[in-house]
Ligand binder design. Structure first.
Ligand code: IMP
Length: 423
C-alpha cells in the first residue's frame, strides 16, 4: 500500500468513511491534513458504532498512529469529546498526534460563521456552521491561534485577549450579535490545553519518518474536489484543500513521497449546500436515490441534492488530483432503475463543454449531455467480484472508466465494510 492518498472526487459525502475504514486496517499511520469537524463519518467495527469527525479512523485498528496535521482546524471541545467517546469504548487514544501548527477553532468563529451566513441572506454558502471558514480566515490573516499557542499559557492569554477584542467588535458592530466572554473562553480553553498537550508535536516529522521507514501511510481526505477553495465551485466551497495537493501542504510532506491517489465517487452525484449542479434530479428518480441511498448529511442531517453521475466532474477530479484509480460507491443504490444516465459533456449556447468550467457563472445554465444505459434489477448487495455483477452493471462501470480515463479499482455494493470489492 505504501503511501496512499484518498480523496473525495465529487462534492464530498462520497462514502469515503467506509473505504478509509477498509484501508485503515492495513495502515501503520492514518493522516488528516485539512478541514475540521465539518467532515464526519460513522464507522461500525465489531458491532460498535463510532462517529468520527476529526480523528482518523485508523484509531480503531492495529495500533496505527493517527495524525491530525498542520493543515487542519481543531475545535478542542469536539476532539476531546471524540477522544472521550473512543476511550469509553476501550480504544487507546494515546496514538493520536496533533500538529503544533494546526489552528484552533474558538466560539467566536462559530458565532461569526452563523452571523455571516445569516447576513448573506439568499446568497449564503450553506456552511456547516462549525466555524471552519472564520478559523481559516484568521490563519490567512496571520492572527490565528495555533495548537502550540494554546498549550503555552503566556502566549495564549495575550493572543486570545487581542482576538476576542477584535472579534467582539465585528460580532456586535457589524452583525449586531452578542459578544463572547474572554474569561469563559480562557478558562475553558486552558482546561482543553492541559488535556491536549500530551498529543501535540511536529507531525510532519512523524509522517516523514514513517514513510522513510517503509510504513503503510494512508492520507485520509475530507470533503471533495469540487469543494476545494482554489479549484472547486467557488464561492460554494470549503476553506481548505481537499484535493491531493492539500496533503502536501496540510501534512508537511512533499509530492514525490505519495505513491498513489485513489478518488472516491458515488455511482451518482450528490451535493449539500448551495450552488449550480447540472445533473440534479428534481423528480421522483432524485427522490428515490435520496431515499434508497439515505442521502442525508452526517454532520447537519440536511437532505442532499441528488442527480445522475457526472463524468465531466470526475474527469476534473482525475485531473486536479492525479487520480490513479477510482473507488465507485453505492452502485446498489441504482438497482431497479430502468435506465441510467451518465453526463459526458455540457451544452450551453450551442457550444459543447467537455472540461468542468472554472467559473460557476459559466456552469450556471449548462445542460447535461447524457449517454443512457440499461439498468438492472438483480440484488447486487452480495457481489464479491466483477463476475457477480449483472452485465448491465459491468457495462455501466466500463462506460464510466472510458468517460473519465481512469480505472475503477473498487466497487461498493452496500453500507457494510464487507460489501466492497477490489477489481
Ligand atoms: P464549511 O466547510 O462548513 O465552511 O462549508 C462550506 C461548504 O462545504 C458548504 O457547502 C458545506 O455544505 C460543504 N461541506 C463542508 N464539509 C463537507 C463534507 O464533509 N461533506 C459535504 N459537504 C461539505
Amino acid at each position: 500500500m505504501a503511501v496512499t492518498a484518498l480523496v473525495g472526487a465529487q462534492w464530498g459525502d462520497e462514502g469515503k468513511g467506509k473505504i478509509i475504514d477498509i484501508l485503515a486496517e492495513k495502515s501503520d499511520m492514518v493522516v488528516r491534513a485539512q478541514g475540521g469537524n465539518n467532515a464526519g463519518h460513522t464507522v461500525v467495527a465489531n458491532g460498535v458504532t463510532y462517529k468520527l469527525r476529526l480523528i482518523p479512523s485508523g484509531i480503531l485498528y492495529n495500533n496505527a498512529i493517527c495524525v491530525v496535521g498542520n493543515g487542519t482546524v481543531i475545535d478542542p471541545a469536539v476532539i476531546l469529546s471524540e477522544m472521550d467517546d473512543l476511550s469509553g469504548k476501550g480504544i487507546d487514544v494515546s496514538r493520536l498526534k496533533i500538529d503544533a501548527r494546526a489552528h484552533v477553532i474558538f466560539p467566536y468563529h462559530l458565532v461569526i460563521d452563523e452571523l455571516s451566513e445569516k447576513a448573506r441572506g439568499n446568497g449564503d454558502i450553506g456552511t456547516t456552521k462549525r466555524g471552519i471558514g472564520p478559523c481559516y480566515m484568521d490563519k490567512a490573516e496571520r492572527i490565528g491561534i495555533r495548537m502550540c499557542d494554546l498549550i503555552n499559557p503566556d502566549v495564549f492569554t495575550e493572543k486570545l485577549r487581542r482576538n476576542v477584542t477584535v472579534k467582539n467588535e465585528i460580532i456586535t458592530k457589524i452583525y449586531g450579535g452578542e459578544p463572547v466572554s474572554y474569561e469563559k473562553i480562557l478558562a475553558d480553553y486552558n482546561g482543553y490545553a492541559k488535556r491536549l498537550a500530551p498529543h501535540v508535536c511536529d507531525t510532519s516529522v512523524l509522517v516523514y519518518n514513517a514513510i522513510k521507514a517503509g510504513k503503510n501511510v494512508l492520507m485520509e481526505g475530507a470533503q471533495g474536489a469540487l469543494l476545494d477553495l482554489d479549484v472547486g465551485t467557488y464561492p460554494y466551497v470549503t476553506s481548505s484543500h481537499p484535493i491531493s495537493g492539500g496533503f502536501c501542504v496540510g501534512a508537511g510532506v512533499g509530492p514525490t513521497l505519495i505513491d498513489s491517489c485513489l478518488g472516491i465517487a458515488k455511482a451518482y452525484t450528490t451535493r449539500v449546500g448551495k450552488g449550480p449542479f447540472p445533473t440534479e434530479l428534481d423528480d421522483e428518480v432524485g427522490e428515490r436515490i435520496r431515499t434508497v441511498g439515505a442521502e442525508f448529511g452526517t454532520v447537519t442531517g440536511r437532505p442532499r441534492r441528488c442527480g445522475w453521475l457526472d463524468a465531466v466532474i470526475l474527469r476534473f477530479a482525475v485531473r486536479v488530483n492525479g487520480l490513479t484509480g477510482l473507488a465507485l460507491n453505492k452502485l446498489d443504490t441504482l438497482t431497479g432503475l430502468r435506465k441510467l444516465k451518465v453526463c459526458v459533456a455540457y451544452q450551453k449556447n450551442g457550444e459543447t463543454i467537455t472540461d468542468f468550467p472554472s467559473d460557476i457563472s459559466a456552469l450556471e445554465g449548462c445542460q447535461p449531455i447524457y449517454e443512457e444505459y440499461d439498468g438492472w434489477t438483480e440484488d447486487i448487495s452480495k457481489a464479491k467480484t466483477l463476475n457477480d455483477l449483472p452485465k448491465n452493471a459491468v457495462a455501466y462501470l466500463r462506460a464510466i472508466e472510458k468517460a473519465i480515463d481512469c480505472p475503477v479499482k473498487m466497487v461498493g455494493v452496500g453500507p457494510d465494510r464487507t460489501q466492497n470489492f477490489e477489481i
